[in-house]
Design a protein around this ligand. Structure first.
Ligand SMILES: [Mg+2]
Length: 271
C-alpha cells in the first residue's frame, strides 16, 4: 500500500527541482502539440509531468494517471487500485512569463470521481508552500492546520473570479454583477492556488461561472477547500461531483463560509 500523501510530497519536491530553472524562460513555452485537456502542451508542463511519472515509478506506486497533459496512463502493476488526477502545472502562462503564481496539483482517489478524492496536494513551487489534505483529517499549509475566513460582507471581501476567455454574453453578466458588489475582485491565473487561498483565509471566495474549468485543475483543491471547512458547491447550491477525466469541466462557487456562499449564489442567480 502506497502512503499517498508522502508519495505526493516526494513528487512535488522533484517537480519543483526540475521546473524552477524554467521559470520565466522563453524556451519553457516551447509547444509540443495539444494535450489531453485541449491546451497546447508546453515544455514546462511536460517537464513537470515527466518528473511526476518518473517519481511514481521510482517509488513503485501503482495508479491510473489522469493528466491534463498526456491523458490517461497506467502506472505500475495494479493501476485500477488508485486514480491520480493531476494538472502538473496550473498557471502555465504565469510560469513561462515569470509571474510567480503557479502550482502543481495532484489528487488521489479510489474511484475516478471528484467526490471520491481522499488525498490532495497543491504545491506553490516558487514559494515552496504546500497545501495538503486527507479526507476527514483537515487541511494543512506546510504542515500547519488552516481554516477559511469568517468574512460576511461582499463589500470588503477579496474575491477571485475566473476571467479566462470570457467571451460570451452569459459569462459577462456574473462578472458585471460581481464588479458592482465588490471592491477587490481578482483573477491571479492559477485556479488551484486561488482555491487554496479561500481555504486558508487569504481570500474569501473564488468563482468559476463559465462551466469551463477542468476537473484536473480543481480535484486536489476541492478536498483542501472542504477539509478547511469552507464551501465549494455548484452555482445553484448543488453538490459538486463529476467524473475525473482530462476533458470534464465544472462551474462552482467556493466561499469561506455558508453566508458568503449564499450571498454570491443569490447575486449570480439574479443575473
Ligand atoms: Mg496545466
Amino acid at each position: 500500500m502506497t502512503d499517498w500523501l508522502s508519495a505526493l510530497e516526494v513528487c512535488s519536491k522533484r517537480i519543483r527541482k526540475e521546473v524552477l530553472p524554467l521559470f520565466g524562460k522563453a524556451d519553457a513555452a516551447t509547444g509540443f502539440g495539444k494535450g489531453a485537456g485541449g491546451d497546447v502542451m508546453k515544455k514546462i508542463d511536460l517537464t513537470a509531468e515527466k518528473a511526476m511519472i518518473d517519481t511514481l515509478r521510482n517509488l513503485g506506486a501503482s495508479c491510473t494517471l489522469i493528466s491534463e497533459e498526456s491523458g490517461v496512463k497506467e502506472i505500475g502493476s495494479q493501476p485500477s487500485d488508485s486514480y491520480l488526477t493531476t494538472d502538473p502545472i496550473d498557471g502555465t502562462t504565469n510560469a513561462v512569463r515569470g509571474i510567480p503564481f503557479f502550482v502543481t496539483s495532484i489528487a488521489v482517489s479510489k474511484a475516478p470521481y471528484l467526490r471520491d478524492v481522499e488525498v490532495a496536494l497543491v504545491s506553490d513551487l516558487i514559494h515552496d508552500i504546500t497545501y495538503t489534505a486527507k479526507r476527514g483529517h483537515g487541511a494543512f499549509k506546510n504542515g500547519k492546520r488552516i481554516q477559511a475566513s469568517t468574512a460576511s460582507s461582499l463589500k470588503e471581501a477579496v474575491v477571485g473570479i475566473n476571467l479566462s476567455a470570457v467571451k460570451k454574453k452569459n459569462f459577462l453578466a456574473p462578472l458585471v454583477a460581481m464588479l458592482k458588489e465588490t471592491r477587490h475582485l481578482r483573477h491571479l491565473g492559477a485556479n488551484a492556488l486561488e482555491l487554496c487561498y479561500v481555504a486558508d483565509g487569504t481570500s474569501d471566495a473564488f468563482i468559476e461561472p463559465r462551466g469551463k474549468l477542468r476537473v484536473t485543475d480543481i480535484a486536489a483543491a476541492y478536498l483542501i477547500v472542504r477539509e478547511a471547512g469552507s464551501i465549494m458547491l455548484g452555482l445553484e447550491g448543488e453538490e459538486l461531483d463529476a467524473p475525473l477525466t482530462p476533458t470534464q469541466t465544472v462551474s462552482f462557487i467556493s466561499a469561506a463560509n455558508t453566508l458568503m456562499y449564499e450571498t454570491i449564489k443569490k447575486l449570480l442567480l439574479s443575473c
